[in-house]
Design a binder for this molecule. Structure first.
Ligand SMILES: Nc1ncnc2c1ncn2[C@@H]1O[C@H](COP(=O)(O)OP(=O)(O)OP(=O)(O)O)[C@@H](O)[C@H]1O
Ligand SMILES: [Mg+2]
Length: 238
């Protein structure tokens, strides 16, 4: 039976005086990969940041496994089992690849004992094993994305949230990333992906929400969304 792991209800988020989310509601079922799509400035990042406790949520509910997240500090939210890969990645530039990964494993209470560890992360991303002694700062954009994702996996979260994973990647690197995320999903990880790229998201998930102006405008099967040129034009196409 499907079980909801994360549910947002009427989430209103503000930056100072500016109301950015106007009451976002969405649900993620355990074990599923879900996309949150929308144009530039639609509210995707703010939705993820609201879940992580990184913006002010003025009203609404954010329920994670029966626990209300609203008002909790973000370290506590991470500790409850949410792994977050922000769009700017934030890897440690002076630490080696392996140092970055090991640190993420050590700092997570759920790190030990899960499926994801140094060896499974290296299996997923062979270039990270090859470059394990290199500093984070000398990695290419694609390698940094791998490292950021690997770091989040090292914490063995119950829910993984990826912000704009496809951004700035060449088609070849993108293909590799799609395969890697598919493998992570196949291991049973629940994943919420915020991205602008419908073609990319379509390969990873069969269900999507579309946000526009801080409100969910559409939700439904990816297959139907893909064929609905009017919705695509209205909310997604560039
Ligand atoms: N720190 C901030 N202060 C004030 N307004 C902000 C801030 N960050 C984002 N906004 C505004 O909030 C709205 C939603 O932004 P958000 O970053 O959530 O969009 P997004 O869907 O992630 O877009 P993108 O595809 O560009 O990443 C935009 O209008 C943006 O200008
Ligand atoms: Mg964003």
């Amino acid at each position: 039976m499907p079980e909801t792991i994360l549910a947002l209800e009427g989430v209103v988020a503000v930056y100072g005086f500016s109301r950015v989310l106007q009451g976002v509601s969405l649900a993620v079922e355990r074990g599923k990969v879900i996309a949150l799509l929308g144009r530039n400035g639609a509210g995707k990042t703010t939705t993820l940041r609201s879940i992580m406790g990184l913006v002010t949520v003025q009203s609404g509910r954010i329920d994670f496994e029966g626990v209300e997240l609203r008002g909790k500090p973000s370290f506590e939210i991470a500790r409850l089992g949410i792994g977050y890969v922000p769009d700017d990645r934030r890897i440690f530039p002076d630490l080696s690849v392996e140092g970055n990964l090991a640190l993420a494993g050590r700092h997570s209470p759920r790190g030990g004992g899960g499926f994801w560890n140094l060896s499974t992360v290296y299996e997923l991303f062979p270039p990270l094993r090859e470059f394990r002694a290199r500093k984070g700062s000398v990695l290419s954009g694609g390698e940094q994305k791998m490292l950021a994702l690997g770091r989040a996996l090292m914490g063995n979260p119950k829910l993984l949230m990826l912000d704009e994973p496809s951004e700035g990647l060449s088609p070849l690197i993108l293909r590799g990333l799609v395969e890697a995320i598919q493998k992570v999903g196949a291991e049973g990880m629940t994943i919420l992906i915020a991205d602008q790229n419908l073609k990319f998201a379509r390969r990873l998930t069969d269900y999507a929400y579309i946000v526009e102006n801080g409100t969910i405008r559409h939700q439904g099967a990816m297959k139907e969304l893909w064929e609905d040129s009017e919705i695509v034009r209205k909310y997604l196409a560039v």
